[in-house]
Design a protein around this ligand. Structure first.
Ligand SMILES: [Zn+2]
Length: 82
């Protein structure tokens, strides 16, 4: 199991996304086909999207953040050179 390298924390009036404690061993629920380990917990209460709790892996956390206009900068090992 690779170590987690994304520690995304953002709290707004519509949602909060925070890293899961390392002892929490859960699957990502960002996508039905995703089998990655969840690394972040997303709480949302936006009136325009389903509220509740989702667990996201690194990839889905980044994807979700991008979809919501957050500027996320990461230093992922697999990033192609620009
Ligand atoms: Zn995922």
């Amino acid at each position: 199991m690779r170590s987690v390298n994304l520690q995304l924390t953002r709290i707004t009036d519509r949602f909060s996304i925070t890293p899961l404690p390392p002892q929490v061993d859960s699957r990502c629920t960002g996508d039905e086909s995703c089998r990655n380990r969840a690394t972040h917990r997303l709480l949302s209460w936006s009136p325009t999207s389903p509220s509740g709790v989702r667990l996201l892996c690194d990839a889905h956390a980044i994807e979700w953040a991008a979809d919501h206009g957050l500027q996320i900068t990461t230093a992922r090992q697999n990033d192609p050179a620009a």
